[in-house]
Design a protein around this ligand. Structure first.
Ligand code: GLN
Length: 280
């Protein structure tokens, strides 16, 4: 029996993934095939008549089957792009979302490229801290996480982008035991903010992601509430707190900040879909 050509294989995989309800079946079929063939997606079309080895077909089928069970593609390839940079991801960390790039934009607009000091609360894969360190070559950041498995991924990403000397990774809850010294220029966080109701009805892909990174308690605001109550004491006067929120949480978050009596000029930044995404 002859082996399928590259294009036949793509067509079969696309049809299979579509049947399984995958949102962008052709894109994922290509991403996974490029991963197996250790090439770029565009090269699939340049070398569309390239003969495939039986082992390649076997490896590809296995990945397509897993994607069909709705495992996120970045967990299968171990890679996801964020803010134009490639990052390593594993099931120990949330898959970086494009919406979170708005948080980077807010932080960059405030902090500029000087020698500022930042704290990334709940860093996960490290995308926020590492991206800011790459974009701001004089900045220094501390990045915390409760999960040692996540910190191992963040460490890999910091090394990969050559910023491990400026991103200090610490294990622990919120401030990881750091005393509030009123010294940070910037505190950023993509905290868990999904409500109990949202946690009960997660989309198939999100079910593969760490609950720790998603579950914000009954109303989704459990961690944000603690962040708002404590961040001001860690920030220098005039420093910036910026964090990601769910689309329905803007008013509640502004009120939370207001009620502490420690913040001013709180604002909401919207994402490309026009939804509230960042409070700062
Ligand atoms: N934006 C994520 C989602 O919709 C949630 C991320 C988070 O809780 N920080 O699944």
């Amino acid at each position: 029996m002859s082996l399928p050509t590259l294009l036949e294989l793509l067509r079969l995989a696309t049809g299979y993934l579509r049947e399984k309800g995958v949102e962008q079946p052709r894109l994922d079929a290509e991403v996974l095939l490029a991963h197996v063939l250790k090439t770029e997606r565009i090269m699939l079309y340049v070398h569309h008549d390239r003969p495939l080895e039986p082992e390649e077909v076997t490896a590809y089928r296995a990945l397509v089957a897993r994607r069909g069970r709705r495992e996120p593609a970045p967990y299968l390839t171990g890679e996801k792009e964020f803010h134009g940079l490639p990052f390593r991801v594993t099931p120990a960390v949330l898959v970086p979302r494009p919406e979170t790039e708005h948080l980077v934009a807010v932080a960059l607009a405030f902090a500029g490229d000087g020698a500022w000091h930042g704290f990334d609360v709940g860093t996960g894969s490290g995308v926020l801290a590492v991206t800011l360190a790459v974009r701001c070559p004089q900045a220094r950041l501390v990045a915390s996480d409760l999960s040692p498995e996540a910190l191992a991924v963040a460490r890999e990403n910091a090394q990969r982008h050559g910023v491990d000397d400026r991103v200090e990774l610490v294990e622990g809850d919120l401030w990881a035991g750091r005393e509030p010294r009123g010294a940070w220029d910037l505190v950023i966080s993509n905290p868990p903010y999904l409500t109990a109701q949202e946690m009960a009805g997660l989309p198939p892909e999100v079910r593969w992601e760490p609950q720790l990174a998603l579950d914000g308690g009954p109303d989704g605001l459990a961690v944000i509430r603690r962040l708002a109550a404590e961040a001001w004491a860690h920030l220098r006067p005039g420093g910036l707190l910026a964090f990601e929120i769910g689309a329905s949480q803007a008013a509640a978050c502004l009120e939370l900040l207001e009620n502490t009596g420690h913040y001013r000029d709180a604002r909401v930044t919207h994402d490309h879909a026009g939804l509230p995404r960042v409070v700062s």
